[in-house]
Ligand binder design. Structure first.
Ligand SMILES: *Cc1c(COP(=O)(O)O)cnc(C)c1O
Length: 490
């Protein structure tokens, strides 16, 4: 390894394979007391192998340093502000981790007898009732493992409901601001999807909706507040329009951060919804997991929920109920994403009903506060008030600077880029969440305003950002489509 100053070393340190010290070993294993397979004459030749895995040879301390250094490159909510729209990167209270790590939860095995896991079953039972109360829906299943999985489950339930009534409805409507997983879930369920126009103010165009609902419409999937950060106050009318044609209303409840304790989907005509407990009810979920996507349904749909369902028996004990003849069946192995559900339960219990309402009030306040502070520099396509997030379309294209350049420059300021270019082109979608201090929100506003100045005075600074990171701009499409994450010897 060449001798380089510390700054250079830490910005591009070698792979563990490249640091190899021949013969070094991080662990001390006892000598084997069975004969080596290569010398074992009783073993057929084709089962004997000279193969030695190609592992980096390093001492324990070198491994620890390597891994710790790598971990510092991770951009996380625990270190930095993370205003990622439509994904609620809120602080994850440590008490959740403490409870999820309790051996009585963490060491359970799904094959244990019901009598041995009464605590976990009771937690499932209570959590499903909390979610029923929060959503105003009749029954919740905790089984789906993520938001998109909840969508698929919800659509399967909708399909089963129509089929039981002798109908085969194959079309799902979704506003043009819908999350990408909505049409994708329709495809997974072999259903078509049709876009419904939004009005200039971000709300659903009811005339367009009326003209598209017909006897083939299975449901409308709606996110409310929608991904433009706008709460659609026509939600009850939308439900009526669908119900009048025998269709159902699906509510994408991935982001309930603006509505907890304020509005319940079940009270305004929603028939099916999914929750993202990892967003609204706090589980660290950067990098794709883990999650849980419970599904809630109104009374007439509850026979179709996945099975088994956790129930409380007349003697007060808890059990899995498999006697659900109209159920769509299982949507995953076993019972649900255990540790994530423990975190959601802990979060809800530690806040209580008033605390949950305060979460939403603060989340809405934080988003509107930022919008008000920066709107003189960042045009907002939709009029305030916003829900827990809002979108802005920075207008700097005359300077050759676009939303991506703003997002990349934010990294230099230690702030995670917001969601970009969705639901409308060239936008930034900003969701601060309720857990940030006023000082953090103020600093973010200052940074945004400073970046607007930079765009005018030194546009190149934005165009070539980030400058203070180990790597600059990556081939993001390439990294997604053709990820190369395996090291191979030359
Ligand atoms: C995150 C999100 C989803 C998908 O949830 P996953 O857990 O990532 O599958 C669906 N809809 C909306 C609106 C979301 O924000």
């Amino acid at each position: 390894m060449a001798v380089a100053p510390l700054a250079e070393q830490s910005s591009d340190f070698p792979l563990s394979f490249e640091q190899r010290i021949s013969g070094a070993c991080g662990v001390a294993l006892p000598n084997s007391d069975v004969p080596s397979a290569q010398n074992d004459a009783s073993l057929p030749q084709h089962l004997r192998s000279e193969y030695k895995p190609n592992l980096p040879e390093l001492g324990e301390l070198d491994v620890v340093r390597h891994m710790t250094r790598l971990s510092h490159r991770v951009f996380s909510i625990d270190e930095n502000f993370y205003p990622l729209g439509s994904c609620t990167m809120k602080y994850n209270p440590r008490v959740n981790e403490r409870v999820a790590a309790m051996p009585g939860f963490a060491h359970l095995h799904p094959y244990q007898r019901e009598s041995d896991v009464q605590g976990m079953l009771e937690l499932h039972y209570q959590l499903r009732h909390f979610l029923q109360e929060i959503s105003g829906l009749a029954e919740v299943s905790l089984q789906p493992a993520a938001g998109a999985h909840g969508e698929m489950t919800g659509l399967m339930i909708i399909e089963a409901y129509h089929r039981a009534r002798g109908e085969n409805r194959r079309m799902v409507l979704a506003p043009d601001s819908a999350h990408g997983t909505n049409p994708a879930s329709c495809t997974i369920c072999s259903m078509g999807s049709t876009k419904i126009r939004s009005r200039k103010d971000g709300r659903v165009d009811l005339d367009d909706l009326r003209s598209k609902v017909d006897e083939n419409t299975a449901a409308l999937m709606i996110t409310n507040p929608n991904t433009c950060g706008i709460f659609d106050d026509q939600i009850a009318d939308i439900a009526d329009i669908l119900h009048a044609k025998g269709a159902l209303l699906y509510y994408d409840g991935a982001n309930m951060n603006a509505t907890l304790g304020i509005i319940r989907p079940g009270d305004v005509g929603v028939d099916v919804m999914h929750f993202n407990t990892h967003k609204t009810f706090s589980t660290p979920h950067g990098g794709g997991g883990p999650g849980a996507g419970p599904v809630g349904v109104c009374k007439r749909l509850s026979p179709y929920l996945p099975k088994p369902q956790v129930i409380k028996k007349s003697d007060g004990t808890f059990a899995w109920d498999y006697e659900r003849p109209e159920s769509i069946g299982r949507v995953r192995s076993f019972y649900g994403q255990g540790g994530v559900l423990v975190r959601a339960y802990t979060y809800i219990r530690s806040l209580g009903p008033e605390g949950l309402r305060r979460v939403s009030r603060r989340a809405v306040l934080a988003a509107n506060y930022i919008a008000a502070q920066i709107k003189h520099r960042y045009p907002m396509p939709f009029p305030a008030p916003y829900a827990h997030e809002f979108i802005t379309v920075p207008e700097f294209s005359d300077l050759g600077v676009n939303e991506r350049d703003f997002a990349k420059r934010l990294i230099d300021y230690g702030i995670h880029p917001p969601t970009m270019s969705w639901p409308i082109m060239h936008c930034l979608m900003i969701e601060p969440s309720e857990t940030e201090s006023l000082a953090t929100l103020d600093r973010f506003c200052e940074v945004m305003i400073k970046m607007a100045d930079e765009a005018r005075e030194q546009p190149e600074l934005l165009r070539s950002a980030p400058h203070d990171m180990p790597v600059g701009r990556l081939d993001e499409v390439g990294a997604n489509r053709k990820p190369n994450v395996r090291w191979r010897p030359e």
